[in-house]
Each structure stands twice: as C-alpha cells, then as structure tokens.
Design a protein around this ligand. Structure first.
Ligand code: BG6
Length: 503
C-alpha cells in the first residue's frame, strides 16, 4: 500500500455544517487518525453558508464525534491533537470568488509544509450544488494539479439518466476520470468488499456460480428507519433513486460479475459495467409484472407509534414517492440467462437487515425415503451484510438418532467470532482510498449511467402513473403484499435471518 504518512493532504469539505460531515466524515477521519492512517501533514478545511469561527466549527464536529464515532467519546488530548488540523471558511458556494479563501488556505499549508499537497475536494452537499461547485473548483483553477487533486461526489449522482450524463460531461471537461471519486458507501462496507474475496479467492465456488446450479438470487436491504428528518430530500428520490440505482445494483454487480483479470480498479469497473449492460430492459408489460412499489402508512414499531410517510416532515400530503421497491431482474448473458435476481428495499420495515441469498437448484435424484426429507430445503448461501456480518451455507445433514432423518444445518462464518476486534467503518476505508488514489471501491461514470439507463423506464412509468393504492403497507410490516406475490408467483419467498432482538 502507498505510504500515506509522507503525503501532505488537504481535505476541503463543502457542506461541512451538514449531517454527513458530522455523522460520518469527521468521525471517519478522526478514527483514521487514531489508528495512525492520516498523513503527518494534513489539514481539513470545512466550508458552508453558515458563519462560524474555527472554534465553533471544531466544537460542532466534536459533538458529532462524541455521538457517532465507533471509538466513542473523544479523549481530550487526542481530540486536541486532531482538532488543530481543522479550519472553517464561510462561503457562498454559488459564487466562485468565495473560493479564493480555500485557495489561500491551500497555499498557506503548502508554504508552511514546504511541500505540494494532495487536495481532496469532498462535495457533501445537496445534489443540485454538485455542478456548481465542481465547475467553480475548476474555474478558480483548484483542479489544475491533475495528479494530486481529487473530487469526491456523494450519491445520488444525477437525478435521472440525462442529469447524470450532464454531470459526467461537466466533470469530464474539467477533471480526468482518475480524479473523480463517485461514492457509494456500500462498497466500503467490510462485508461488501468481502464479496470479491469470497467469490474470487475460493476455487470451490466458481464451478457452481452460474445458471446450471443456481436457481435464484435475492438481494434484500430492509430498514426499520423512516425519514429521520430527510423527508424533503427523499421526496426528490424515493427508494429507486435512493437505494436501487446505487447500493442495490452495486451489490447485484458484485454477485453477478465475471472474474476480473486482476484486482485493479479498471478491471473491476469493467466487469460490473458488463453486468449492467447485460441486464434485461423493462418493457411496459414487464413493469406491470416484475416491479412493485410501496409507501408506508403509520403504525407501531417497537411499542412506539410512528407516522406514515405522508405525515413525515417535508413530505407532500398526497406524495407519490415510493418508500419500497421490489424488482425481478434478469441478466441476459451466458452465466445467468433465465435466473431471476429478486431485489427489494424499503423503509419502516419489520427488521433492518441487508441480505444476499443464493438458492441452489435441487438434487436431480432423491435417494432418501420421504419420511427422511420432511424438512427438506435446497442448499442456500446467505450472505448477511449487516447488522449480522456473516456468511452461512445451508446444507442438509443427518439429525442425530437411530433413524435416517435429515435436517437443514448452517455452516457459518461469523465476523464477530472470527474477527472480534474488527471495527473500521465504510467511510474510513473510502476516505483512505481517496488519499491513496485507489478507485476500486468507487463508481465509474459509465457504470452510473448504465444503472440509470436500466431503471429509467420504471421511474418514468411510476412518475406518469401515480399509485392509487399508496400508502399500501403499514410500518413494521415486510412491505406491500404484492411484493410477496411477486416472488411467490415463482414458487419462492423472501428470506430473512432469525431475529435476535425481536420476539
Ligand atoms: C443511504 C440512503 O445512501 O443509505 C439512506 O440515502 C439509507 O436512505 C442508507 O438509509 C442506508 O445505509 P446503511 O449503511 O445504514 O445501510
């Protein structure tokens, strides 16, 4: 790995008074620093509309760290050592002249360090500001040092195919693709990174990893949370733009991609784009039969009454925004032709859980008598991304006793048992990668466009035909009944892990 210690680095965080910076970015940078991953010379400069002194800004970040950091409350001396690297400049990000203060800060650091710095511009702002800021950074020539300037863009990348193309074009006019880091934080999760290791480092899997042995794949990311104050943003997104276009399709690509020739970013990006390009496009008829949308009504969750989506702050009383989506995809290539990939995601569901389940085809011939196989289940591989971090292979085994009776048993690899001290979070990995200059876990421009291209027919249909049935699932359920019907029609059901924390 590149020696990061000796690389002077400046993070410029746009939208630094926002939630992302407080909850995720600074706790991640702080923990990288505690673990010895930050360069010896580094500076973090936050910028936003609010007028704040450096001290006020540092205090805000400290509150965020105390509340959200995985390492708990910051210790005074450790915080003091970190905080001296943090600065704040109020700026009107629409006006390119106000970027001069950032240039001055960079120049000052470089002079002090007597060295050129790597500058990472992190756009933690509303998507509508991406083009403006990316343009202004270029206009004031902050991006000219092409080898050591990077721009990090949070999702959602564009609002639809057209706006994603426009944003890519604008970025490509001013930055090389190697400078652009499109974040999808799912790719930084340890269990998601492990999908590559699991698939491509184990010889036993590859022969089975195809349409001859696999019956279906399910990817399910269910959340108990509702809007958490993000109603206004969510109204512009919905489950499709917020989760499916990015996190869900990225997971699908990692499961379905061909083996890369080597572990470099271009190879991995290329194999993922191949999957997206092979995915079957939706006709109007298929949208009716293969796609389900939902919106939650009020209900009770863990003994507390929770509002319906339309009662959330920032949400229109007759909103047509979907808070749930279930889709049956097909990938028309040699490996996967005819194998359904069921994907579902939603808010205010019964359990927070991100699972990938792969069901293998049944035996071609049964040798056991009927009474032995009463609890028969086909082999399944269940990869739990979170909160449980595990991989379980469900196989049949003999139940102990005098008779030959079979049972499904789990062979489990569980992170908690195998790596009890593992702790780092997705943003730590991703922020370190932006410093190192490794784009493997980021999205390339063509990938983002291919994902939009696939979903646009559904998004357009839903926009043009508001649902007459919203809200159509209650909080604390598993989503609309039609989502069950979608998979039941093929003879399957959605899989969940046994819950430890619920009756
Ligand atoms: C974000 C979405 O990208 O991912 C949120 O905007 C969602 O709506 C979140 O809740 C889920 O991330 P995680 O890491 O909590 O699974």
């Amino acid at each position: 790995m590149k020696d990061i210690k000796s690389q002077p680095t400046i993070f410029v965080i746009y939208g630094a008074t926002g939630d992302l910076c407080r909850r995720k970015l600074t706790p991640a940078l702080y923990n990288l620093s505690l673990d010895g991953w930050m360069p010896e010379k580094f500076s973090i400069i936050g910028t936003g509309r609010t007028a704040l002194t450096n001290e006020e800004f540092r205090n805000k970040l400290l509150e965020g760290i105390n509340q959200f950091s995985r390492s708990g409350k910051a210790e005074d001396d450790k915080w003091a050592a970190f905080a001296k690297h943090i600065f704040y400049e109020a700026a009107d990000l629409n006006n390119y002249e106000s970027y001069q203060a950032i240039c001055d800060h960079i120049n000052k650091c470089e002079k002090e360090w007597n060295d050129k710095a790597y500058v990472i511009h992190y756009l933690a702002v509303a998507p509508s500001l991406f083009p403006v800021i990316a343009g202004n950074i270029a206009k004031i020539k902050l991006a000219e040092q092409r080898d050591n300037t990077r721009i990090v863009i949070e999702k959602p990348f564009g609002h639809d195919l057209e706006s994603a193309k426009e944003l890519n074009q604008l970025l490509n006019e001013n930055y090389r693709e190697e400078q652009i880091y499109r974040i999808d934080h799912y790719l930084g999760k340890e269990t998601v990174q492990n999908l590559l290791a699991f698939r491509f480092a184990n010889a036993i899997l590859e022969p089975l990893w195809n349409r001859n042995y696999i019956q279906y794949v399910q990817i399910s990311v269910t959340e108990e949370l509702g809007m958490e104050g993000r109603g206004e943003y969510y109204e512009t997104a919905g489950a499709m733009r917020d989760m499916v276009q990015n996190h869900m399709l990225q997971l699908l690509c990692l499961i379905a991609m061909e083996p890369p020739n080597n572990f470099n970013a271009a190879e991995i990006h290329g194999r993922k784009v191949d999957v997206l390009n092979a995915m079957r496009k939706f006709t109007p008829e298929e949208i009716k039969t293969s796609v389900v949308r939902g919106q939650y009504a009020k209900g009770w969750m863990q003994g507390k009454e929770v509002p319906g989506y339309r009662e959330e702050k920032g949400v229109k009383p007759k909103s047509n925004t979907e808070t749930f989506a279930a889709i049956k995809f097909f990938i028309d290539n040699w490996r996967w032709h005819g194998i359904p990939f069921y994907v579902r995601t939603g808010k205010r569901l019964h359990q927070s859980s991100s699972l990938i389940s792969i069901q293998f085809k049944d035996l071609s011939h049964f040798v056991f008598p009927p009474e032995a196989v009463e609890s028969w289940q086909q082999n399944r591989l269940i990869i739990s991304i979170q909160p449980e971090m595990s991989i379980r292979l469900q196989v049949q085994g003999k139940r102990p006793g005098l008779a030959m009776l079979l049972n499904t048993v789990d062979m489990v690899f569980d992170y908690k048992t195998t790596y009890p001290s593992y702790t780092q979070e997705a943003y730590e990995t991703l922020l370190l990668d932006t410093m190192i200059g490794d784009q493997t876990l980021f999205m390339r421009g063509d990938q983002v466009e291919a994902a939009w291209g696939l979903l646009m027919p559904i998004i357009r249909t839903w926009m043009n035909k508001p649902s007459l049935h919203f809200p159509n699932y209650s909080a604390d359920s598993w989503g609309p009944e039609l989502a069950e019907a979608l998979i039941a029609a093929d003879g399957f059901h959605w899989i969940s892990l046994p819950m430890n924390n619920k009756p």
